[in-house]
Design a protein around this ligand. Structure first.
Ligand code: FE2
Ligand code: FE2
Length: 261
């Protein structure tokens, strides 16, 4: 007999099949070189490697905001810093250091995702964890402040330094890119399963959820995010609508199956 988790995992796989027929967001097509540099830093920088090793056991992927989510936020955030930072940094090493900081923030930003006020709780946890890292107190503040400021629909505090502002804004935008296709191919299914939401309730929430997602389009904070972020969201909504129709076609069978669990 299938259980709720299995049903949602199956719906997630079906959603991935649907999403695979859609185009790749322009951000990934246009900025391949910056994404490649960001990925290289993510997988080879000793601080980022150390951080990833420390947090891997702490992350529970079953809430949809685990290591896979954190990795995407880190790599995309690093690319945004590289693209935006070209204007501010004259020394390449300083720019790459800012990439390391946003990647540390990306890895740690949802470490307390299941807690109330998770951004503030995550910021404090990041401070504790980074205390033993070879980072200056200004760099630790930069990472912790970025995490504290990453929540949607809340007024961000401005950061003390240009690097801090860039890192915070890039973290926010890379995290909100995940409200696009990733939401429907990953996050929503893990969250529904974790919260034990039944299919009727999910089906009722779906149209509202899609409309709510659209509101994030006006909140991107970097130029790159403002330019390329809305496409992620529109793409996610198109995919979400097709998934909704797919569930609609199968709703009776799904309700029957869930009643047996
Ligand atoms: Fe978060
Ligand atoms: Fe996140």
């Amino acid at each position: 007999m299938s259980n709720l988790k299995e049903i949602y995992l199956r719906l997630m796989n079906e959603s991935r099949c649907i999403a695979s027929r859609y185009e790749v967001p322009e951000f990934y097509r246009r900025f391949k070189p910056s994404l490649a540099i960001s990925r290289r830093i993510f997988f080879y920088n000793p601080l980022v490697i150390h951080c990833r090793e420390l947090i891997t056991p702490k992350y529970a992927d079953d809430y949809g905001h685990g290591l896979q989510h954190a990795t995407k936020v880190s790599v995309d955030g690093g690319a945004i810093v590289l693209l935006e930072g070209e204007k501010y940094f004259t020394v390449q090493a300083d720019l790459e250091r800012a990439v390391v900081l946003v990647q540390l923030a990306g890895l740690l930003h949802d470490i307390k995702r299941t807690e109330h006020k998770h951004a503030l709780a995550g910021s404090e946890a990041a401070r504790d964890l980074l205390h033993d890292f070879p980072l200056s107190s200004a760099e630790i503040n930069c990472v912790a402040d970025a995490i504290a400021n990453h929540e949607a629909f809340s007024e961000p505090k401005s950061c003390e330094t240009l690097t801090g502002q860039l890192v915070a804004d890039a973290l926010y935008d890379a995290d909100k890119f995940r409200w696009g296709p990733d939401n429907f191919t990953h996050t929503v299914w893990y969250m529904m399963s974790y919260q034990k939401i039944d299919i009727t309730e999910l089906f009722g929430r779906f149209p509202w959820g899609v409309d709510g997602i659209l509101k994030i389009k006006d909140t991107f904070r970097t130029n790159i995010g403002g330019q390329y972020g809305p496409e992620f969201i529109d793409l996610g909504v198109r995919i979400g609508k097709e998934i909704y129709q797919h569930i609609q076609r199968n709703i009776d069978a799904l309700i029957n199956e869930m009643e047996k669990t």
